[in-house]
Design a protein around this ligand. Structure first.
Ligand code: SAH
Ligand code: SF4
Length: 322
């Protein structure tokens, strides 16, 4: 059912975003994440603005028209530096969209980055359960996370919320709250992936979220928020060899191949066994294209704006009727 709804909204296209993991330095200490500040075993890196630009140039040559700049919460990248970076990406590639995924910042920062040309922002709400959120985020606040998402939405970004499935202590009622939350928020994008343990975190011995449960959540998210973009996440690809294909057939319609330089791939380790850490950017691009075509869908190299955004900006595309 979810696949049918997805086809009626977006056709058989799968949108692609080139993901650049530009820093693994993070001041936060989320219990599940390999980049948490408490992980002293990790070798840390920061890409220069020049290096990030080079990744975008490479992505552009490969056909990508959306770049996702993701990092830990790293204050070295001040508002000024990020604004300069965004302006130069937009100047070189005016037809590409820039998505940020850099965590919580001030209203002023979000506004200036939007004015510099950033189009979208991914900030998962992580879990809609207040108690679970508090247990997993010793350095962050439940209300604050939601408030930041609202701030981004009112500034004008296309926003991405989302959550992990199978977090230690998470109940079915908590997952129902996650679905109701995204239905209420109506984000442009909903990122859903299984929780996967990382060996250097306090949750190292906890069981991972299951593929089946995560597919259920993806399908339900598609049915509840039909116009959303839903990625087939790298965590799904890590949990199961065909995890992303399964997600794409259960309502997902976006993939995010890696564009980070090879030298840093293995250092952006959010969880154990993350896939694609040994592949060149071009390999990731063509590997995904083959996988998408093998399940009867096709890779759409356009900007891939959400239907909500296209509608609001008067560019509504006619719905597909299969
Ligand atoms: N620092 C930014 C962006 C990087 S983390 C932020 O937190 O928003 C990106 C996402 O990775 C997080 O939102 C989280 O949902 C996911 N993630 C982190 N650790 C994970 C784990 N162990 N298993 C599955 N997903 C994880
Ligand atoms: Fe930092 Fe994001 Fe990992 Fe939390 S999830 S520790 S904010 S990188």
């Amino acid at each position: 059912m979810a696949h049918r709804v997805r086809v009626s909204m977006y056709g058989s296209s799968v949108y692609v975003r080139g993901l650049i993991e530009f820093s693994n330095i993070c001041k936060q200490n989320c219990m599940y994440c390999g980049l948490r500040s408490g992980n002293k075993q990790l070798s840390r890196y920061r890409l220069s603005l020049q290096e990030i630009m080079e990744c975008c140039d490479e992505g552009y040559r490969l056909g990508y028209r959306t770049f996702v700049l993701q990092s830990g919460e790293d204050a070295w990248y001040t508002t000024d530096r990020l604004a300069e970076l965004i302006r130069s990406i937009k100047q070189s590639h005016p037809d590409a969209a820039v998505t940020l995924s850099i965590g919580e910042r001030s209203d002023e920062c979000y506004t200036r980055l939007f004015e510099a040309g950033a189009d979208r922002f991914l900030l998962r709400h992580e879990t809609a359960s207040r108690a679970l959120y508090n247990a997993l985020h010793p350095t962050m606040q439940f209300e604050q996370r939601r408030e930041r998402l609202h701030a981004l939405q009112s500034i004008g970004y296309q926003i991405g919320a989302g959550f992990m499935v199978g977090l230690p202590g998470q109940t079915s009622a908590d997952l129902a709250e996650d679905l109701l939350y995204v239905q209420e928020l109506q984000p442009d994008m909903i990122g859903i992936g299984p929780f996967l343990p990382h060996e250097a975190t306090p949750l190292r011995d906890m069981p991972p979220g299951t593929v089946e449960r995560t597919l259920d959540m993806i399908a339900l998210a598609r049915l509840l928020v039909p116009q959303a973009l839903i990625p087939a996440t790298t965590a799904m690809g890590t949990a199961h060899p065909q995890g992303r294909e399964l997600a794409l057939l259960a309502g997902a319609n976006v993939v995010m191949p890696n564009l980070s330089p090879m030298s840093v791939r293995s250092k952006y380790m959010l969880y154990n066994n993350k896939i694609c850490t040994g592949d060149e950017s071009a390999q990731c691009r063509f590997c995904l294209e083959r996988r998408i075509e093998a399940i009867g869908l096709y890779m759409d190299m356009g900007r891939g704006d959400s239907l909500k955004y296209l509608d609001q900006s008067g560019q509504t595309i006619a719905p597909f009727f299969p």
